[in-house]
Write a protein that binds this ligand. Structure first.
Ligand code: HPA
Length: 276
C-alpha cells in the first residue's frame, strides 16, 4: 500500500506512522507543541531561531505536496529553552485546504501526526478577511469560537464530542498576558477557493462572525478529538468582501502576512514556552 493509500484507508495509522518517522529523523521521542503556519505566516517561524531539523513534508507518510504559493510544505523541529526548561516544537510550514478537492484526510493529517508525535498543544495560524469593521489589516486576532459553513467534519461515526471549549480558554489567557492588546473573535470556515460575495459577508456578520477564512476549523476539531488543547490565531490580511469596496487578491494576503511577521514571530516565541 502506498503512503497516500494508507492516509485514505486508515488515517490514524498514517498519522501514527508519520509521527514515528518524525521521532526517528529528529531523535526526539516526543514533541510538546505543534504550530501550523498558514498563508503569510511562514516568515514568522524564523523568529523561533534555527530549527534542529527540517524536511519536506511530503517525505513523511501521508503528506501531499503543497498547492499554494506562500505554503512551502516543510516540517521543522525546534528546541526552545526557557528558564532551563526544554520545549520541543513541531512546526508545519503550510497546510492542505478543503478547496484543493482532495477530501478531508490530508487537511487534518498534520495535526493528527502532531498529536501522535506527543504534542499536547496545537497552535493553528491563518490569514483571514476581517468581517468586523473594528479590525485593521495586519492585526492578529485570537479565535474564541467558530462557525462551520462547510459543514464538513473530520470525524465520522457516533463521535459526539463537546466543542464548548474548543479554543482553549486557558491558553487564550496566557497569550493575552503576553499581549494584552489582542482581541478575540468568531471565525467562519468558508470552503473557497473563491472569496465570499459581499452578500455572503453580510450573512456571516448577521450570524455573529468576525473573521472569515478557508482553514483551521477541521484541524481544530481533529486535534481536540485526539485530546490536544487548541489555540487559533488569525491574521487579518484584508477587509472582507464588500466592507471597503476593494477587490480581494492573494498577493495582498501574502504581503500583509509578511509585514506582520515580526510581531507574530515575537508573540509565538515568547508564548510557546509558557503553554506546557
Ligand atoms: N476570505 C476568505 N479567506 C481569506 C480571506 C478572505 O477575505 N483573506 C484571507 N483568507
Amino acid at each position: 500500500m502506498t503512503s497516500t493509500e494508507l492516509l485514505y484507508s486508515d488515517p490514524l495509522a498514517a498519522a501514527t506512522q508519520a509521527a514515528k518517522e518524525i521521532a526517528d529523523r529528529t531523535g526526539v521521542a516526543s514533541h510538546d507543541v505543534a504550530l501550523v503556519m498558514g498563508s503569510g505566516w511562514v516568515s514568522a517561524a524564523d523568529a523561533l531561531g534555527a530549527p534542529a531539523y527540517e524536511c519536506n513534508a511530503d517525505e513523511l507518510t501521508g503528506f501531499l505536496p503543497p498547492a499554494v504559493e506562500g505554503h512551502s510544505g516543510k516540517v521543522r523541529s525546534y528546541e526552545l529553552v526557557e528558564n532551563g526548561k526544554k520545549i520541543r516544537a513541531l512546526v508545519f510550514l503550510g497546510r492542505t485546504h478543503l478547496y484543493e478537492g482532495k477530501g478531508m484526510e490530508p487537511v487534518v493529517h498534520g495535526v493528527r501526526t502532531a498529536v501522535k508525535a506527543g504534542c499536547k498543544v496545537v497552535i493553528l495560524t491563518n490569514a483571514c478577511g476581517g468581517i468586523n469593521t473594528k479590525y485593521k489589516v495586519g492585526q492578529p486576532v485570537l479565535i474564541r469560537d467558530h462557525i462551520s459553513l462547510t459543514a464538513a467534519s473530520p470525524l465520522s461515526g457516533a463521535t459526539f464530542i463537546d466543542l464548548t471549549d474548543l479554543y482553549s480558554k486557558r491558553i487564550r489567557a496566557i497569550v493575552k498576558q503576553e499581549d494584552s492588546s489582542l482581541e478575540e473573535g468568531v471565525y467562519v470556515h468558508w470552503r473557497g477557493p473563491t472569496y465570499e460575495t459581499p452578500a455572503e459577508i453580510l450573512m456571516m456578520r448577521t450570524m455573529g462572525a468576525d473573521l472569515v477564512g478557508m482553514s483551521t476549523v477541521p484541524e481544530a476539531i481533529a486535534a481536540h478529538a485526539l485530546g490536544a488543547e487548541v489555540l487559533g490565531i488569525s491574521l487579518v490580511t484584508n477587509a472582507a468582501a464588500g466592507v471597503t469596496g476593494e477587490k480581494l487578491n492573494h498577493e495582498e494576503v501574502i504581503a500583509a502576512g509578511k509585514a506582520a511577521a515580526d510581531r507574530m514571530g515575537a508573540l509565538l516565541s515568547s508564548t510557546i514556552p509558557k503553554l506546557i
